[in-house]
Design a protein around this ligand. Structure first.
Ligand SMILES: NC(=O)c1ccc[n+]([C@@H]2O[C@H](COP(=O)([O-])OP(=O)(O)OC[C@H]3O[C@@H](n4cnc5c(N)ncnc54)[C@H](O)[C@@H]3O)[C@@H](O)[C@H]2O)c1
Length: 338
């Protein structure tokens, strides 16, 4: 049975992917420094899978810790999630973001190379498309970054492309996620933002549960059907399944690839609010406030390539995303803090 290393393993997307990989018959070892996650995630994973998680607490920028991790057991592939991800924070603290996100990738790649492991799944983002000239967004669109976080994803993709060009044994799957939302259907794991949520659905969830009084909707004068921003929301369990499919391809077929992981459908802020109100039975009061600088009007994926290459497509719609988010929110009103 192949062992897969997950970096950033107790984070939102990785924790769901951990369960999906185990369900697909793969062994998982996880590493995280809890800089943006809780050790409680490990208890939840244990309860859900019935297996004690194989986990190491470490900063993946620490080369000694990474070497020790690879020395413990042969690793067939790495899924590299570990990164800081808050766009607005990255504009205020660019050095912190460049240091962590790029150092993490370089250190993990160096440990992989030193130990003969050359398969990586990389967490990229639709943010690398900048402000797209048309929709839906396909993988061959021009790339640009409007903030330091996006730059770290663009540079990360470049590093992996250069590695593949220098050594044909490197196989990388670059996955450009659109907007991950929702939670595991059990309600035991989900997104637990620290402080004020940066993304729409966790914010809406906290308004619905009464932790925050009102939602601020940034602009209703965009060229979209109801004037609010449109995004391609994807259920985190669909995203997890996309990682399993990408890994299975890397393990079975030579070569590298880059694919969008999105549903191919866009929903406006007001559509999300309405769907969340239906799922929760609660009102989500909101105010329209000025646009945020840097926000684009609309963004959704062309998911055709992922379907062709991986046989993967998103299964869950917005109603399910909201229902699962609400279950997680009501069962864990304070997130993983118990
Ligand atoms: N959630 C999104 O909207 C989104 C969209 C596109 C791409 N991504 C990318 O997907 C990946 C996972 O995102 P997420 O939403 O699960 O975020 P998350 O913050 O929940 O998970 C990231 C995990 O990495 C850990 N981490 C960060 N730096 C580390 C380091 N140096 N050493 C060890 N652990 C470290 C954090 O503690 C956290 O548990 C990230 O690379 C992110 O940039 C996320």
């Amino acid at each position: 049975m192949a062992t897969i290393l997950l970096t950033g393993a107790t984070g939102y997307i990785a924790s769901h992917t951990w369960l999906a990989l185990q369900a697909a018959g793969l062994r998982v070892v996880g590493v995280d420094d809890f800089s943006n996650s809780s050790p409680e995630v490990l208890n939840r994973l244990h309860a859900l899978s019935g297996q004690a998680p194989d986990f190491v607490r470490a900063n993946v920028c620490d080369p000694v810790a990474m070497q020790a991790l690879f020395a413990r057991q042969p690793i067939a592939a790495v899924v590299h999630f570990a990164a800081f991800k808050a766009v607005y924070e990255s504009t205020a603290q660019p050095l912190v973001y460049y240091r962590n996100n790029l150092d993490a990738l370089l250190t993990v790649c160096e440990a992989m190379r030193a130990n003969g492991c050359r398969r990586m799944v990389f967490s990229s983002s639709a943010t690398v498309y900048g402000d797209p000239v048309r929709l839906p967004i396909a993988e061959d669109f021009a790339l640009s970054a409007t903030n330091p976080y996006g730059q770290t994803k663009l540079i990360g993709e470049t590093i992996l492309r250069d590695l593949g060009a220098a050594d044909a044994q490197w196989q990388t799957a670059t996955l450009r996620y659109f907007n991950p939302v929702g939670a595991h259907a059990s309600g035991r794991i989900g997104e637990d933002p620290r402080g004020t949520p940066n993304n729409l659905m966790p914010y809406v969830a906290q308004v619905a549960i009464g932790r925050r009084p009102r939602l601020a909707v940034f602009g209703n004068d965009y060229p979209t059907p109801d004037g609010t921003g449109v995004r391609d929301y994807i259920h985190v369990d669909d995203l997890a399944a996309g990682h399993v499919a990408a890994l299975q391809r890397l393990l079975a077929t030579p070569g590298s690839f880059t694919v969008n992981l999105g549903t191919g459908r866009g929903h406006s802020v007001l559509e999300v609010v309405a769907a969340y109100q239906r799922a929760s039975g609660r009102e989500v009061p909101y105010d329209i406030v000025p646009r945020r600088p840097g926000d684009i009007a609309a963004c959704w994926a062309d998911p055709t390539l992922a379907q062709q290459l991986l046989g993967w497509r998103a299964a869950h719609g917005l109603e399910r995303m909201c229902a699962d988010s609400w279950r997680w929110q009501t069962q864990n009103p304070q997130g993983f803090s118990v």
